[in-house]
Design a binder for this molecule. Sequence first.
Ligand code: GLY
Length: 317
Amino acid sequence: MKPVVISTWKHGVDANKAAYDILKNGGNSLDAVESGVKIAEDDPEVLSVGYGGLPDADGRVTLDAAIMDWKARVGSVICVENIKNPISLARLILENTEHMVLAGDGAYDYALKNGFKPESLMTENSLKRYKEWKASDSSKPEEIHTDDFVLAKKKDINADGNHDTIGMVAVDKSGKVSASCTTSGMAWKLHGRVGDSPIVGAGLYVDGEVGGAASTGRGEECIRACGSFLIVEMMRMGLSPKEACRAAVERVVKLNLLSSKNRDHLFQVGFIALNNKGEYGAFSVRSGFQYAVYSGGKNILYDSEYLIDEEYIIEDL
Ligand code: GLY
């Protein structure tokens, strides 16, 4: 059934509405996935995307975003500051340049030259949270990104249900698939850290002959597994979107165990996938991941199936 749009987390519900409005009127999936995730970028209540996203360890809000279409056209921005809609900047790179990725000051300068207005992305709430973190023990450099951090983040996920990156995949009436992904990344990250979201093959991937995928959660673990590319390739080999997402989650966990540096059984990664027939699925490492699907006129938030129970001892895997 087409059109269909799928996106990550509770904030995907409103994002899906904007995307589906375009799709139901015969619009294309590229326009849909750009307009959809802009809703989360503009929302100050979403603490991990765009305006109001939590800053890095230096108190700077740095954004990553990427967009990809059925013709394998890509636009991506990395670590860009003071631009509220990095997904539209990524789209501009896709449309107007011979490049795929612009980073940091270069991305910012390109935005200003093309009519984007600089604005502070810090809100009263994100500043307050940053100050609280700065005053806490966990802001000591050696403590950043430890289990404590992940536990705190996990609590946030469970408390407000709308935490983390928004990834979106859409198929339009004519069967063309596009994907987008946008994030402020891991809160309190080292300045300059880049996650999976702007990296093609990790945070998102589309092959027009097959479908697309996108991810959320701890970007380092998704990058290691080339998660979204893996899902699309497995769908090409005949797996359903959910089976492909599950296989990618298994790979993520396997590689996490292998790379002892980041062994951490509390991390979360979630994947969504959609093929060009309109079939969709999702899967995550742990419980708590939700995804929203707009299909057949209904926009529904689902709890994802997951691999590892809370009590699971990872060493037994
Ligand atoms: N998944 C977003 C990030 O890790 O930056």
